[in-house]
Design a protein around this ligand. Structure first.
Ligand code: C2E
Ligand code: SIN
Ligand code: SIN
Ligand code: FE
Length: 386
């Protein structure tokens, strides 16, 4: 292979890699995928991904493809990986055993013989180091400067995927359940079919996100964050929330505060998912033309997550019966959404909604009493092993 052919080949692998990484939300599977691809792209025997544990400040690695699967822990600053994590600099070591920084313990444990190491830091978008990538034992000679560039590129692609997967893992299943039950509690006062409504919002939002061409990880973010959009309704008095008729202007002003309450409940969360949920709760009643509430945000000032959920929310609210309104036919609701294109809603989001409308309709029909849905956690919400 000529150098040009080789580079082209690697570029192709890289493009595949970018696509695959953005789709995997399970951390272990993602790390496996990354390690496998790095071996392929760089032509090396092993790839270890070290993840920085912020609590203990140690690096851990579960993956040692090409030899046994053993977990390694390295103190921050120790070993090649530790040095790279501490300095943020790439290290290209042709012969590990003649480098004083190299930590021989893992080799002793596994019986592996490390020769060459190319180690690059994994940095998140904020520039913080979240781990280290090590490509080990290049098959043909030591790692060169092309390899350095490629591994750096890979690591920047991988870092955001790894961080996303970590954020999912940081929320345990039981935490997610608690959140979900909280959302149900907040809504069951004004809706008989809360579980169905929340499931609809969740599914519609994810479908629309995919229709928009957002990465799958963002669709998943929306799937889990969207059910919390109305959580602020817990702060609205029954007399207003359950009023069987039109609200007075004063009552509606009070009602509007559910966005602000929701944002407050979800504010300062550490989890990425709850940060998204916070934006959605705050801005799902903003309108694209700037006439919504509470902040009268306009266009792209409104977080994309909220622009998506707002379409899902209104569509489902229209199709459902409320104490203050009968249910609409889904086709009439669709027409309403289309009419509001560029007014209440982002035109692109409306187009995406229309693109996936058939699937939305299927979901809608499912929730219409044709299946029994136990209030609480729905199956769809556990499609992933966290
Ligand atoms: P919700 O019932 O979940 O409705 C969410 C959004 O769907 C509404 O946001 C509105 O944009 C849309 N929507 C719902 N029903 C209709 C409808 O019949 N016609 C049209 N054109 N749009 C509809 P909005 O208006 O900001 O209301 C937010 C929340 O305030 C509602 O959530 C509901 O809980 C409450 N609310 C609004 N109007 C009334 C009312 O007249 N009486 C009562 N009791 N509650 C109301
Ligand atoms: C090191 O980072 O110094 C050793 C870890 C390894 O064996 O790859
Ligand atoms: C959520 O609604 O936040 C997630 C639901 C779940 O997975 O339990
Ligand atoms: Fe709302």
């Amino acid at each position: 292979m000529t150098r040009a052919e080789e580079l082209e080949n690697r570029l192709k692998l890289l493009v595949d890699f970018g696509g695959a990484v953005s789709k995997e939300t399970n951390l272990n599977k993602l790390l496996e995928l990354i390690a496998h691809q790095v071996k392929e792209i760089l032509g090396c025997d092993r790839c270890s991904v070290f993840i920085l544990d912020r609590q203990t400040n140690a690096l851990w690695s579960k993956l040692l493809l090409g030899s046994q699967n053993t977990e390694i822990r390295v103190p921050f600053g120790k070993g090649i990986a530790g040095h790279v994590a501490a300095s943020g600099m790439i290290l290209n070591i042709p012969d590990a055993y003649s480098d004083a920084r190299f930590n021989r313990d893992p080799d002793r444990l596994t019986g592996y013989r490390t020769n060459s190491i190319l180690a690059v830091p994994l940095k998140n978008v904020g520039g913080h180091i979240i781990g280290v990538f090590e490509a080990v034992n290049k098959i043909a000679g030591p790692f060169n400067t092309d390899d350095e560039g490629i591994l750096q590129l890979i690591s920047s692609l991988a870092a955001s995927g790894i961080e996303n997967a970590q954020l999912y893992e940081s929320l345990s299943k039981s935490q997610l359940e608690t959140i979900y039950r909280l959302a149900v509690t907040a809504e069951y006062r004004d809706q008989q079919d809360t579980a169905i409504h929340l499931r609809h919002i969740s599914e519609y939002s994810a479908l629309i996100a995919l229709g928009l061409g957002l990465p799958e990880i963002e669709a998943e973010n929306l799937r889990y964050a969207s059910p919390l959009h109305d959580i602020g309704k817990v702060g609205i008095a029954d007399a207003i929330l359950l009023k069987p008729g039109k609200l007075t202007p004063e009552e509606f002003e009070e009602m509007k505060k559910h966005t602000v309450y929701g944002a407050k409940i979800l504010s300062n969360a550490e989890s990425h998912l709850l940060q998204i949920a916070c934006k959605v709760a705050a801005s799902h009643h903003e309108k694209f033309d700037g006439t919504g509430y509470p902040a009268k945000l306009k266009g792209e000032q409104i977080p994309i997550y909220a622009r998506v959920v707002s379409v899902a929310d209104v569509f489902d609210a229209l199709c459902a019966q409320r104490v203050y309104k009968p249910k609409w036919d889904p086709q009439k609701a669709r027409e309403y959404i289309l009419e509001e294109r560029g007014k209440a809603f982002d035109p692109n989001v409306v187009d995406a909604f229309d693109k996936v409308f058939v699937e939305i309709l299927k979901m809608h029909a499912l929730g219409d009493g044709k299946t029994t849905i136990i209030p609480g956690i729905t199956k769809e919400m556990h499609r992933h092993d966290f």
